[in-house]
Design a protein around this ligand. Structure first.
Ligand code: UDP
Ligand code: MG
Length: 361
């Protein structure tokens, strides 16, 4: 393998306002570390100018920058997944594009790894998120810790460092819906955490609505634990026992006191309660079944439109795309055999600089 020591992975979704500020801080911080690094941006189907800005940045620093352009919006975790698969560094650090985690703190994570840890999570020193996010994530942290046995103090913080062997293990997972920090955690031999700074979003707004946060937490719970399902069997058992006892009680009452028609509303209350539980249980089953369904379809988890990167041996800019695998002007000898016509056309396209401006929609 190459001597590349660090890959920094950054998912980008509609971040046009903040990207330049990110570049201005990230690159100097990485240069200062004095190690071989690469920055891997994944454009997760942004609908703004993000892709174009990333392309410009790639042209400015092609030796350390690589850009993966997705075909659509596949979510933050799929973006990280794709970057993991393309990463070459001995260590991989994931970072959000919004500058909420200071890039200057990457050194802290690496120093912790030097102590022999293969997974370094981070804890936000003081959180600068809205109050409801704060409270909700506290609650979810507690619940998650209890049912998944994954110990992360701050599950929402994506600023983490992973050793190569963990990244390889994650890459070998073919899960469709996942939560990278938790998945990686299950492969870690010696995890640790450090405290890092946290700032307010530099620009733009959070890409997570309440709805997508709930979805994400379902992913986290159901991908890593069967406890929610098991809880339902336990609850079902308890309720059956109690209703059995209740039935015996009512039967005895009928014999002792005689027929009575009061307590109708108690009955309603009881029924609604039980119906509520039953519906939630069915929904929960649906969550698992939905995931099984997604998994058995074996659809690709994400589609890459193009990868902007320099050729590994240093010369020639290579543009890879899902339809074409081409080395600046010449046909890549390693490309999978495809109809001649298509290849020729693709090679032709790379000859024109326009590829750097027209692929973006
Ligand atoms: N992101 C992404 N795809 C999405 C949503 C978000 O790649 O569908 C990226 C986003 O650009 C950012 C990171 O994931 O770099 C975290 O998103 P955000 O800051 O909105 O989340 P929050 O900090 O509010 O949890
Ligand atoms: Mg953020």
């Amino acid at each position: 393998m190459s001597a590349l020591q660090l890959s920094v992975v950054i998912p980008v979704y509609n971040e046009e306002q903040g990207l330049q500020a990110l570049f201005d801080r990230l690159y100097p911080a990485l240069d200062k570390l004095g190690i071989g690094y690469e920055v891997l941006f994944v454009n997760d189907g942004s609908r703004d100018r993000s892709a174009a800005i990333l392309r410009e940045q790639f042209q400015k620093r092609p030796e350390v920058t690589r850009v993966i352009l997705f075909n659509g919006n596949f979510g933050q975790h799929m973006a990280i997944m794709a970057a993991f698969e393309h990463s070459r560094g001995q260590r991989v650090v994931t970072l959000d594009a919004d500058l909420q985690n200071p890039p200057e703190d990457i050194g802290l994570l690496l120093a912790k790894m030097d102590e022999g840890h293969d997974y370094v999570g981070s804890i936000r020193r003081q959180r600068n998120d809205s109050a409801w996010r704060h409270i909700a994530s506290r609650a979810m942290n507690g619940l998650r810790e209890r049912i998944t046995r994954i110990k992360m103090t701050d599950q929402g913080c994506m600023f983490r460092a992973y050793d190569r062997h963990i990244v390889d293990a994650v890459n070998s997972c073919k899960e469709v819906s996942t939560f990278i920090p938790a998945l990686a955690y299950t492969f870690a031999r010696n995890p640790a955490e450090v405290v890092v700074g946290h700032e307010e979003r530099a620009a733009g707004e959070s890409k997570y609505s309440l709805y997508s946060l709930i979805r994400l937490n379902f992913d986290l719970m159901t991908s890593f634990s069967l406890v929610p399902l098991q809880m339902f069997s336990m609850m079902g058992m308890l309720i059956s026992v109690f209703s059995g006892l209740f039935f015996v009680f009512l039967a005895i009452r009928r014999l002792v006191i005689g027929p009575e028609a009061e307590g109708l509303f108690t009955l309603f209350a009881l029924m609604f309660f039980l119906i509520g539980i039953a519906l939630f249980g069915i929904g929960l089953l649906g969550e698992y079944i939905g995931r099984i369904y997604q998994q058995v379809r074996h659809r690709p988890r994400y589609l890459i439109e193009a990868v902007l990167e320099e050729q590994e041996k240093g010369k020639g800019r290579r543009v890879k795309s899902s339809q074409a695998d081409v080395v600046a002007g010449e046909v890549n000898p390693f490309a999978v055999a495809e109809p001649k016509k298509r290849k020729a056309k693709a090679a032709d396209e790379t000859a024109h600089p326009s590829l750097f401006s027209d692929a973006q929609e």
